[in-house]
Design a protein around this ligand. Structure first.
Ligand code: GLS
Length: 830
């Protein structure tokens, strides 16, 4: 045949990506095709993993056309997108989310059954991508879900860690970390795009030179570099045809780098260099809320933001796009300080690469960034040593230095003579060592700075960044966190979802305020009874899971009291333990008969950062208390303690719907928001909690009668610490507290060995940074109120229903609308 090959017409191109028929036959055909052609196996010979991979690919096909359309649209139309910059995305399993978004669960269940397979078995095959530590990473995942559901164009940018958050195991009750090899069997949800790779440089020096136009400029002569390869993931909206993109970067050695060493003749060194480069995206740092100032971490941060900015500015937009109009096309959200090095990177791209004047570049940069702070612990705000930053990113350090100089000149002009203020506000600190305060840099560069719950935003203004809020009050705003109702109610709790939908229709899935319509049903005895049945079914589902997964034998009847979150002293798992030990002691000492106790099953889930010694000791103690309590025949059916290892999103999806009581007991003023608290309330658990983070708003919305508040208030905490807090005085003056600590100290949970938990006891008695002892009595009193309330099951169900009905506010869809209105000013696309 002569002449050029025919190019596919637009129609034929569309035809090629048309979704398979969304009926059982269409699905089965596509699934078998994937099994045969994609996996290269017949149905008869396929392993469960083959079946899972083929299923995942089949499900992808249903979303593909819309995804390609969204990507094309982003390039074609001048709409403004959100660039969410986050070092963490704690995604959870993808299969169920995709099935839900594409409304395929029924078809797939039936289709698989025709092939003799079960969806339940295949979904268990998926390793969840644990590319985050806890709340902050999970929030990012909820946000991108909501943006897709709201049809707001968004690209989530992050890192494709080869090893996500470690897999936790217990050996003799102690935490032992195992690598999370989530990619070992292949991830069917990712699409590598090596052709869109980005080079990223490090180290070296800068030099000035005279440009063609006679101006003096600076250039960076880096010493080494790596390549960032993007892996794209679909982010499907809920049944709206919108599919956004999550783009995670993986580090690879550059060819040039390799070649120079290979040519130098040292093959082994060359391979080692390659490994060195690839280390950058190898592993997620497992610290939550407390950064470790490690060089590799700064490399990771720069690596992913450099890739992401270049990707958006030069790939998504045309290479010759007029960058003075950049703020019309993108708004980058800095998810905590981790991506803040993007600020000098954008300046470098605009000034050094695109040759824009400094002032103009700064104007553009300031319009493109906003910053979310997620913490209140001062030690959690990242400060990079100047020496390190300057060595790794010499040009960026110069840029930061100039931003700081101009900023401080402005401060001096506003507050002449106030050098203390200048020192406090400086981006570069002098003490204890010279360091770059990333939160200050972010605040200076951002249009808006937000905290993640009302109380947190207020403390952020008043305590963390008070000078900044004084000079720029309008910069500071609040956006209370939220959670996606798709994953955490519709998917995780099908029984309750069914009941709700039966009562008020299914509009709540995308408009969670509709849950308000349930309110009258709280007064309906038959609805309450059905609500209790749902809870009970969810409890049996959990009991079965914990039996199979962890070998626990738990009764279904008792109140299920759950504390799941990272192990951190400020969250006060030790306070929860003191409650359990006290109950145990009351029975063991004969002060209270077992029959007088409201039966409870306590469930913990918590990972400790591997280097956080006290947190790991606390884990050991929880396991020790659990084994003592669980093996005491007198407590059978009365008190049980379960601590399933490796708490993650997947486990949360079964645990949360089963809970009666949600433990949110951080010291007031320490938990920025919390999001687990929202998930529990939304699933009909009552909260026992302090006046902290989003608890404050949950309590206000659900009503104080439906929330068990206790403990010091934030100003009282501040006062007590100013007076000088003496934990042992609480020990001395409260007999039950004394007994509980003495029991632990005497070795009651360590086979009589008093040394085992001596450090934990001594830490509580003599340091107790987070005032667990000060709140002990108030906590126990609140737990007594819980017991009394639980005894009236009907009243309890009423409260639980009211919790569900009044928590619509905590949808991440609402959080996203708040960001859009207060910060981003983006529009949805049709
Ligand atoms: C965190 C806070 O500790 C949580 O309170 C908050 O809910 C979450 C999301 O905003 O961010 N900050 C952090 O470093 N890890 C978190 O989970």
């Amino acid at each position: 045949v002569k002449g050029p090959r025919s190019v596919p017409t637009h129609e034929r191109a569309l035809e090629a990506v048309r979704a398979p028929a969304a009926d059982v036959d269409g699905f089965v055909r596509e699934f078998l095709r994937e099994l045969n052609f994609g996996q290269g196996v017949s149905l008869a010979r396929a392993t469960v993993n083959d079946q899972y991979l083929a299923l995942a690919r089949t499900v992808r096909h249903y979303l593909m056309a819309r995804w390609l359309e969204a990507i094309a649209h982003q390039r074609r139309e001048p709409v403004k997108a959100v660039g969410y910059l986050s070092a963490e995305y704690l995604l959870g399993r993808q299969l169920d989310n995709a099935l839900l978004a594409a409304d395929l669960e029924g078809v797939v269940t039936d289709g698989l059954a025709q092939c003799g397979l079960s969806l339940d078995t295949l979904r268990e095959q998926e390793e969840e991508p644990g590319l985050g530590n806890g709340g902050l990473g999970r929030l990012a995942a909820c946000f991108i879900d909501s943006l897709a559901t709201l049809s707001v164009p968004c690209i989530g940018y992050g890192i494709r860690y080869e090893y996500g958050i470690f897999r936790q195991t217990f050996v003799d009750g102690r935490q032992v970390e195992q690598p999370d090899t989530w990619l070992a069997l292949g991830s069917p949800w990712e699409f590598p795009h090596p052709e869109s790779s980005q080079p990223v440089n490090f180290a070296g020096h800068t030099e000035t030179f005279v440009d063609d136009d006679g101006s003096e400029r600076t250039r960076w002569v880096p010493e080494w570099g790596v390549i960032g390869v993007p892996y794209n993931y679909m982010v499907p909206g809920y049944r709206n045809g919108r599919v956004n993109t999550l783009r995670l970067w993986s580090a690879q050695a550059t060819k040039a780098f390799d070649l120079s060493i290979f040519n130098g003749g040292d093959y082994v060194d060359a391979v080692r260099a390659q490994t060195f480069a690839e280390n950058i995206s190898k592993v997620l740092y497992p610290e939550d809320s407390t950064p470790q100032g490690k060089e590799l971490r700064l490399q990771q941060q720069y690596f992913f933001v450099a890739c992401s900015l270049a990707d958006f500015m030069f790939e998504v937009l045309d290479k010759d796009f007029d960058l003075t109009r950049l703020p019309e096309r993108i708004v980058f959200q800095l998810n905590d300080t981790h991506p803040v090095i993007a600020v000098p990177e954008m300046m470098r791209l605009l000034v050094d690469v695109k040759k824009l004047p400094w002032d103009q570049a700064w104007e553009i940069t300031r319009q493109c960034f906003n910053y979310t702070c997620h913490t209140l612990l001062p030690e959690a705000l990242e400060v990079w040593p100047v020496d390190l930053l300057r060595r790794l990113l010499p040009r960026h350090y110069e840029i930061i230095d100039r931003i700081n100089a101009e900023f401080l000149a402005d401060v001096r002009a506003r507050f002449p003579g106030d050098e203390m203020m200048v020192r406090r506000m400086s981006i570069i600190s002098d003490y204890p060592e010279r360091g770059v305060r990333m939160a200050h840099l972010a605040t200076v560069a951002s249009g808006r700075v937000n905290g993640v719950a009302e109380l947190h935003s207020q403390l952020l203004r008043d305590k963390v960044l008070p000078d900044f809020s004084r000079i720029w009050p309008e910069k500071f705003t609040n956006v209370t966190n939220g959670v996606t109702p798709r994953r955490f109610l519709r998917h995780a709790n099908p029984s309750l979802s069914g009941l709700i939908t039966e009562a008020i229709g299914d509009g709540w899935v995308t408009d969670l305020d509709k849950l308000q319509e349930l309110e009258p049903l709280a007064g309906d005895a038959s609805f309450r009874a059905r609500f209790r049945e749902v809870k009970r079914a969810n409890k049996s589902r959990l009991v079965n899971l914990l039996r199979e997964r962890d070998g626990y034998e738990l009764p279904v009847e008792p109140m299920l009291d759950v504390m799941v979150k990272r192990l951190h002293e400020y969250k006060r798992q030790s306070l929860k333990l003191l409650h359990i030990v006290t109950l145990y002691d009351r029975i063991a000492s004969g002060r209270v008969a077992a029959s007088q106790i409201q039966p409870r099953t306590f469930v913990f889930g918590a990972k400790a950062a591997p280097g956080y010694w006290m947190a790991k000791e606390t884990i050991h103690l929880i396991n020790a208390v659990a084994s003592t309590v669980n093996s005491d025949p007198a407590l059978e059916g009365v008190l049980h303690v379960a601590f399933p290892a490796n708490y993650n999103v997947t486990l949360a999806e079964t645990l949360i719907p089963a809970a009666d009581l949600s433990e949110q007991i951080s010291l007031a003023g320490k938990e920025a928001s919390g999001t687990g608290n929202m998930k529990f309330a939304l699933n009909g658990a009552l909260t026992i909690g302090t006046d902290d983070g989003a608890n404050v708003e949950i309590r206000r919305l659900v009503g104080e009668d439906n929330f068990f508040l206790f403990g010091l208030l934030e100003p009282e905490v501040a006062d007590l610490s100013a007076q000088g807090y003496v934990p042992s005085s609480f020990y001395e003056s409260d007999d039950e507290l004394k007994r509980a600590l003495d029991l632990i100290a005497a070795g009651a949970f360590s086979g009589g060995n008093p040394d085992t938990f001596a450090p934990v006891v001594s830490n509580l008695l003599h340091e107790d940074r987070f005032m667990a002892l000060a709140d002990y009595r108030a906590y126990l009193d609140a737990q007594a109120r819980v017991d009394a309330a639980y005894a009236d099951q009907d009243a309890w169900s009423r409260s639980a229903i009211l919790n569900v009905a009044r928590c619509g506010f905590f949808s991440s869809d609402r959080s996203m609308r708040d960001y859009i209105d207060r910060i981003w000013h983006t529009d949805p696309v049709s």
